[in-house]
Design a protein around this ligand. Structure first.
Ligand code: AHM
Ligand code: MG
Length: 324
C-alpha cells in the first residue's frame, strides 16, 4: 500500500488565492499582501516580546487616555511602513494616530484608505493572551481633503478582516464575497488557505461580555443576561476582541460590548473595530448591531468614534436586540 504523502496537493497561499478571486483586483491584493507582511513581522515581535524586552508601556498616553504599550507603537509603525510602500494606498488611519496619515493623493494612485487597530487587546500581551490586528479597507475619494475619505459607513468597505496572534497566527478575510481563513505556516513563512466560505452557526448558547459591568448596562442588556442565565447559556470572555470574535465566528454565540452608564457609546471604535468585525460576521451569515441599527449603517462623524457592539449568530443577536 502506498504511503500517505505529507505534501498537501492543493496548498494555496494567500497571494495565490487572492490572485484567483474574481472580486479582488490586483491593487486590492497588493494592499492585503502589505497587511499580511506587517502581520508576519508583528507576530514575530509578539512571540519574542519577552526575550527582546519590548513588553510593558511605552511611557505615552494615546488620545483615548490609554497607556500605549511598546508593542502598540511597534505594530503601528510596521503597518504604516508596509502600507506606505504599497503604491495604491492613499490614506492610513490607526487607533494609535490622532489624525489620518495621507500617504499619497488620489492623483498619485492613492486608491484605498486602510484603517486599523494595530494591536488590539494589547493590555493582554504581558500575560501571553491572544491579541490581534483589525483592518478595514475603504475606497479613497477624489477631493481636496483626502483624509475625509476615512469617514465612510461600513457598507462601503471593500475588504476587512483580522490577524489573530494566538496559539497559531491566522488571518480571517472578507473581500465582500464570503469569509476565508488562512493560517501562517511557519515552515513556509506564508499564510495558507485553510477554510473557505466560513459560516457562523445560526444559534449557539454562548455569550461573551464583560459581566463585571452588569450594573452599568441598560435594563435591556440586563434582561438579556438574566434570560441567558435562566436558559442554560455558557459564558466565554477573553477580553481580546479578536479572540472573542474569532471564537464566536467558529463556534457561534454572541459577543457584546454594550453601552454603559459611564460610556454611553461603549468602548470599541466604529471605524477600525466595529465595522471590520461587522463585515466579517455578516459575510459569514451572522448579524452585527449597535442595538439601534446595523453597525455597518452607522454614519461616522469622527475618526475615533465609539459604538456599542452586539454581533454573532443571527438568532443570538436577536435574543439581545429584541430586549432593548
Ligand atoms: P484596546 O483597543 O485598547 O486594546 O481595547 C479594546 C479591547 C478589546 O480587545 C476588548 O474586547 C475590550 O478592550 C475589553 O475591554 P474590557 O477590559 O473593558 O472588558
Ligand atoms: Mg482595540
Amino acid at each position: 500500500m502506498a504511503k500517505k504523502t505529507a505534501i498537501r496537493q492543493n496548498l494555496k497561499t494567500l497571494q495565490r488565492h487572492l490572485g484567483a478571486k474574481k472580486d479582488t483586483s490586483e491593487s486590492l491584493a497588493g494592499v492585503i499582501s502589505a497587511i499580511a507582511l506587517a502581520g508576519k513581522s508583528i507576530a514575530e515581535k509578539v512571540r519574542r516580546a519577552r526575550i527582546e524586552d519590548v513588553l510593558g508601556d511605552a511611557g505615552e498616553i494615546n488620545l483615548h487616555g490609554e497607556v500605549q504599550q511598546k508593542l502598540d507603537v511597534l505594530s503601528n509603525a510596521l503597518l504604516l511602513h508596509c502600507l506606505s510602500a504599497c503604491p495604491r494606498v492613499g490614506v492610513c488611519a490607526s487607533e494609535e494616530e490622532d489624525e489620518p496619515v495621507v500617504v499619497r493623493p488620489w492623483s498619485d494612485g492613492g486608491e484605498f484608505c486602510v484603517l486599523f487597530d494595530p494591536l488590539d487587546g494589547s493590555s493582554n500581551i504581558d500575560v501571553a493572551v491572544s491579541v490581534g490586528t483589525i483592518f478595514s479597507i475603504l475606497p479613497a475619494l477624489d477631493g481636496p481633503d483626502p483624509a475625509a475619505a476615512v469617514l465612510q459607513p461600513g457598507t462601503r468597505q471593500i475588504a476587512a478582516g483580522y490577524i489573530l496572534y494566538g496559539s497559531s497566527v491566522l488571518m480571517v478575510l472578507t473581500t465582500g464575497d464570503g469569509v476565508d481563513m488562512y493560517v501562517l505556516d511557519p515552515s513556509l513563512g506564508e499564510f495558507v488557505l485553510v477554510m473557505e466560505r466560513l459560516e457562523i452557526p445560526s444559534a449557539s448558547k454562548i455569550y461573551s461580555v464583560n459581566e463585571a459591568y452588569f450594573d452599568l448596562f441598560s435594563p435591556g442588556i440586563q434582561a438579556y443576561l438574566r434570560f441567558a442565565h435562566e436558559s442554560g447559556y455558557g459564558s466565554r470572555y477573553v477580553g481580546s476582541m479578536v479572540a472573542d470574535v474569532h471564537r464566536t465566528l467558529l463556534k457561534g454565540g454572541v459577543f457584546l460590548y454594550p453601552a454603559t452608564t459611564k460610556h454611553p457609546d461603549g468602548k470599541l471604535r466604529l471605524l477600525y473595530e466595529g465595522n471590520p468585525m461587522a463585515l466579517v460576521i455578516e459575510q459569514a451569515g451572522g448579524a452585527a448591531a449597535t442595538g439601534e441599527q446595523r453597525i455597518l449603517e452607522v454614519e461616522p462623524r469622527k475618526l475615533h468614534q465609539r459604538c456599542p457592539v452586539i454581533l454573532g449568530s443571527p438568532e443570538e443577536v436577536e435574543h439581545v436586540t429584541r430586549r432593548l
